[in-house]
Design a protein around this ligand. Sequence first.
Ligand code: 13P
Ligand code: SF4
Length: 312
Amino acid sequence: KPNTAELQEKINVLKEKKNAVILAHYYQEPEIQQIADFVGDSLELAKKAAQTEADIIVFAGVHFMAETAKILNPSRKVLLPDLQAGCSLADSCPPDTFGELKAEYPDHVVVTYINCSAEIKALSDIVCTSSNAEKVINSIPKDKEIIFAPDRNLGKYLVEKTGREMLLWDGACIVHEAFSLDKLIVLHKENPQAEIIAHPESEEHILKTAKYVGSTSGMLKYVKESPKNSFIVATEAGILYEMQKDVPQKELIPAPAKEDNSCACSECAFMKMNTLEKLYKCLKDETPEILLEEDLMEKAHKPIKRMMELSY
Ligand code: 13P
Ligand code: SF4
């Protein structure tokens, strides 16, 4: 069985040969982040996918991200190392029930968080990510009512931030709802020098404790630019790899999960389904591939395009 370095070398050789690009999310394993051509948050990865001229995009992330890449650049072959790499948040919003809600409120503007299926995007007016959500909400005319889906935590946060009442879909991310407020308070008492930073998919009581709330890229930027030297980080633990690389001298403590587990943090099992071996195999065999109906891609592209136009 080849070791990590051998596999990484084999992937690099194949990548050159096939004119492929590897896009990875910050929650991927370090050994995958190391061989990626680009590592980023959802918005940055979508932008890269839209711009790439590579023939093949290997998406080291979850299904909705690879789907978005395909929608933005349909002539490329988009591969996902493990097709089962889904997202609890995307799963919490099935298209049929969401379609029923939308039909009840035909005059509402539908804003959806990018963590949803292509079918949900096709039912949306505009998409957003955690790094541009406020801007997207503020772009909706004041006389319009809004449906926001699928994340109730990000939704509540945006209602507070923008002062816009919104009809919220009751979905959530299991990874960001796994943080324990009680344990976080104890940890903060033990580490009073540390500042809490959190991803907006976390629950309201966790966000209330945070000095900074933002996307994965936003958190990275904050930690780099802050004069503080210690942080408690409430998002998926994979981000700590890039963060520690950025600020080797600073102390980074993962926020504790309710359940005791081996990492004393919260990890996304979906993101971690992609392994270096699966990535190598998928690039070699050019499967599993993301394939979508033309009609669905066209419908889902419109609200993503609207978001992109606001995001440059
Ligand atoms: P970001 O867009 O902040 O990277 O978030 C993606 C995600 O899935 C968070 O759970
Ligand atoms: Fe989905 Fe949560 Fe995993 Fe992000 S961390 S991909 S929202 S399940």
